[in-house]
Design a protein around this ligand. Structure first.
Ligand code: 5AD
Ligand code: SF4
Length: 448
């Protein structure tokens, strides 16, 4: 008998990607073969994102298309999980009759039972209960990449920024015990993984309420000695919680990469206050100054929202000024999107879309010039690169990332995939570097 096939379609952030790998691991355990094709699949799971309206609309449009597959194959099971599932719940089932099952991120471990229930009952249902199962040490995963892995260390967020759905979709902060994380990372290193990225929506709060009394800096210290592991990254930081202790740890532990994602969201203190971010523009600038002093050559990326309700021309000018002053290495820029249930969605001074677009374009232009300048400043350096594989540019070109998370393209044999090489940088573009593998150096990518 042919094995049953399952397609897991992922939207959104790294946490969703990690959870999809976990879902795929469970499905393989149930005898499914994982496919990237929805056509011909027996089970289709959409792991969804609701951070902005566009992401949510994509989910509904994909579900609309699946209607035709279900018409051809009435036995097809369609499930919706992730953040839209948690937020919309049974509304999805009402709006999308072809969906069989809706479940929240905390109920992934229950998937075998949920699928069994779909098969026996054959009518729509949801499971959105809070279900913390955080002391699990190892669970089956079906990871996409054999040398870089995501590892979730905490879930949820207690910050309630006024624009953000995460506290509603992911619930309150919960940290995984250090033993569970150490076990997972140890097992990864034994399987040949070189790099792990620790994930948490608000990762600097790791351990805040856990009885162990270990914070993120302590966790990094615990993971650092693991044999075979070469690089440790962590995302996402919060400007209010990034402690000096953590900065010192990043600066001293060799395997912890010099890369920090520190979303600023706005350069105007007035807007930051309405966003409920808990810091001012000056506080942010102080954090950056301290970080750069304690972590030499650190790369800094950020998230920024334009067109938050009430953002005036002057507020935007302050954002531009901050971006020019800080000089981020990369930026994820978003137009404000009102999300149901969040406070900012009820603010009455919403910014027109045309203004959002204009500010977006202005800021992108400024940021691209900064990026180009900063990438060109890398020319002449030799950087440690973890090779990810052939680049999209052509078969002899490989691509990888530096410790500072900059993409680098260079000529090399595909057999280098998964290894660390030193690349001498010869060119810097807006979004990536180019260079040559350096044969006469064996040290770890430092500066000349
Ligand atoms: N509108 C636009 N951008 C948002 N983000 C979060 N919520 C919204 C929203 N309602 C952005 C923030 C956050 C990133 C993950 O997404 O910049 O840091
Ligand atoms: Fe959302 Fe991040 Fe604010 Fe939490 S800290 S509410 S995840 S933007």
């Amino acid at each position: 008998m042919e094995p049953k096939r399952a397609a897991v379609i992922t939207y959104g952030c790294q946490m969703n990607k990690y959870e999809s790998e976990r879902i795929a691991g469970i499905l393989v355990g149930l005898g499914y073969e994982i496919t990237s094709q929805t056509h011909g699949a027996d089970l289709i799971l959409l792991n969804t994102c609701s951070i902005r309206d566009k992401a949510e609309q994509k989910v509904y449009s994909q579900l609309g298309q699946l209607k035709w597959l279900k018409r051809d194959n009435p036995d097809l099971i369609i499930g919706v999980c992730g953040c839209v599932a948690q937020q919309e719940g049974d509304r999805i089932l009402q709006r999308v009759p072809q969906a069989d099952l809706v479940f929240g991120p905390q109920n992934i471990p229950k998937l075998p039972a949920l699928l069994a229930q779909v098969q026996t009952r054959r009518h729509q249902f949801s499971d959105l209960a809070d279900n913390p199962l955080w002391d699990e040490q190892l669970f089956p995963m079906c990871r996409e990449n054999p040398f870089q892995a995501w590892v979730t260390v905490m879930q949820g967020c207690d910050k309630f920024c006024t624009f953000c759905v995460v506290p509603y979709t992911r619930g309150r902060e919960q940290s995984r015990p250090t033993a569970a994380i150490t076990h997972e990372v140890q097992a990864l290193a034994e399987q040949g993984y070189k790099e792990v990225t620790l994930l948490g929506q608000n990762i600097d709060s790791y351990g805040k309420r856990s009885p162990e009394g270990k914070d993120l800096a302590d966790l990094l210290e615990m993971l650092h000695p693991i044999d075979g592991l070469e690089r440790i990254r962590f995302i996402t930081s919060h400007p209010r919680d990034f402690s000096e202790k953590l900065m010192r740890t990043v600066g001293t532990l060799e395997k912890v990469c010099e890369y920090v994602h520190l979303p600023v969201q706005s350069g105007s203190s007035a807007v930051l206050k309405r966003m409920h971010r808990g810091y001012t523009r000056d506080d942010y600038a102080f954090q950056v100054e301290r970080l750069r002093a304690l972590v030499p050559d650190v790369a800094l990326s950020t998230d920024l929202i334009v067109g938050f309700p009430g953002e005036s021309d002057d507020d935007f000018a302050q954002t531009l000024q901050l971006v020019e002053a800080v000089e981020f290495d990369s930026m994820y820029l978003f137009k404000y999107s009102p999300r149901p249930g969040t406070r900012a969605a009820t603010f009455d001074d919403q910014v027109p879309d045309a203004v959002k677009s204009e500010r977006f374009n202005t800021l992108i232009e400024v940021q691209e010039a900064i990026q180009l300048r900063r990438n060109r400043a890398r020319i002449g350096r030799c950087e440690e690169v973890l090779v990810e594989g052939p680049s999209k540019k052509g078969s002899v070109q490989l691509t990888g990332r530096t410790r500072q998370n900059r993409p680098v393209n260079f000529v090399g044999h595909p057999s280098l995939t998964g290894s660390l090489v030193t690349v001498c940088i010869e060119k810097g573009g807006t979004h990536s570097l180019e260079g040559k593998v350096c044969t006469d150096r064996s040290d770890r990518g430092g500066e000349d």
